[in-house]
Design a protein around this ligand. Structure first.
Ligand SMILES: Cc1ncc(C[n+]2csc(CCOP(=O)(O)OP(=O)(O)O)c2C)c(N)n1
Length: 331
């Protein structure tokens, strides 16, 4: 069992599932962009377009009892983790049937049942949360792993260093996953960091780290599985730097003046979905009819998720102050 986790499992079924998950995320978000223009979705919207292989690859290395903490660019993480698409879409709409009861929106998806501890609007905010979850697991003798996703912009935050230090000091079961897409909003990495090889920052805390092509889902899954296996052996935390790129603007309000169209186009040629699809086709692991079948099923799922969101109720205005304070103080 353990050994199989350290090697990519390239069965037909497994590879189709990886592809299907990436397509689900891509199509879900394309629909969100459309609904945003139609003003069905309001507030901020940060799309994950181009980075899908990371969430999908890492999630495949986790078990249901493990925990996941993500950033505000977390639609992909939530879907790949198994949060149902209907409640995720309803959350985007701000409906009561949303996975965070419509109170979180795009940046604060949450689902305790799948141990998905959120989206977080605060850059670096998930790191201490993940460290705390792992500490609680360790203190309670539960053999679980917490996966913590964050952007390279988070490494400039004190919370990043505090969390890395404590996780390493206490040998906590955390997998730190840096999604290095080269830009923190409009700031290029080399304009804000003296050391742009992000994984090296793990080294100063004595934490083993690996760099992986974040646009190659198989490579991500293999690296994440190696790290998770090591963590489960009580080796302490591990660090994974996934090199990637976001094809779309930072959010829907970004004119992208900080990078050229040519640069974006060049990265698009490494599209993780197209690359994987081409490779599967070339290896005889995927036929056109199978791809079409996946596409039809995903289109249906997205359509049903939108219908679910449309049907959902708005929270009555009298509920405005609910959940601000706890009704009952735990004993
Ligand atoms: C503590 C904090 N500071 C600043 C911001 C504003 N802000 C939102 S996103 C962002 C850039 C983060 O970039 P990165 O961590 O690389 O993630 P990416 O958006 O590239 O996925 C900033 C500075 C914030 N939300 N929280």
């Amino acid at each position: 069992m353990r050994d199989s986790l350290t090697k990519p499992r390239l069965s037909r079924e497994h590879t189709h599932e990886l592809l299907r998950q990436m397509i689900r995320i891509r199509r879900f978000e394309a629909k969100c962009a459309e609904l945003y223009s139609a003003e069905k979705i309001r507030g901020f919207l940060h799309l994950y377009d181009g980075e899908e292989a990371i969430a999908v690859g890492v999630m495949k290395s986790l078990r249901p009892e493990d925990a996941v903490v993500a950033t505000y660019r977390e639609h992909g993480h939530a879907l790949a983790r198994g949060v149902a698409m209907g409640p995720v879409m309803a959350e985007m709409f701000g409906k009561m049937t949303g996975c965070s009861r419509g109170r979180g929106g795009s940046m604060h998806l949450f689902d305790a049942a799948s141990r998905f501890y959120g989206g977080n609007a605060i850059v670096g905010g998930g790191l201490p949360l993940a460290t705390g979850l792992a500490l609680a697991d360790r203190m309670s003798g539960r053999e679980r792993v917490t996966a913590c996703f964050f952007g390279e912009g988070a490494v400039a935050e004190g919370e990043f260093h505090e969390s890395m230090n404590l996780a390493a000091l206490w040998k906590l079961p955390v997998l730190f996953i840096c999604e290095n897409n080269l830009y923190a909003m409009g700031t290029a990495l080399d304009r804000s960091e003296a050391e742009t090889d992000i994984h090296k920052k793990a080294g100063v805390y004595g934490m083993p780290a690996e760099v992986v092509d974040g646009m190659d889902v198989v490579a991500v899954e293999a690296a994440a599985s190696r790290a998770v296996t090591a963590i489960q052996r009580y080796d302490g935390p591990r660090f994974l730097e996934c090199r990637t790129y976001r094809f779309r603007p930072h959010s829907m309000f970004d004119a992208q003046l900080y990078r050229s169209k040519e640069e974006v186009e060049a990265w698009r040629r490494h599209d993780p979905l197209e690359r994987f699809t081409d490779w599967l086709r070339g290896s005889g692991l995927l036929h056109d009819e199978e791809l079409a079948t996946i596409g039809i099923a995903v289109a249906k799922e997205v359509e049903e998720a939108v219908a679910f969101a449309e049907r959902g109720e708005w929270e009555p205005v009298e509920h405005l102050t609910r959940y601000v304070y706890m009704d009952e103080v735990p004993a």
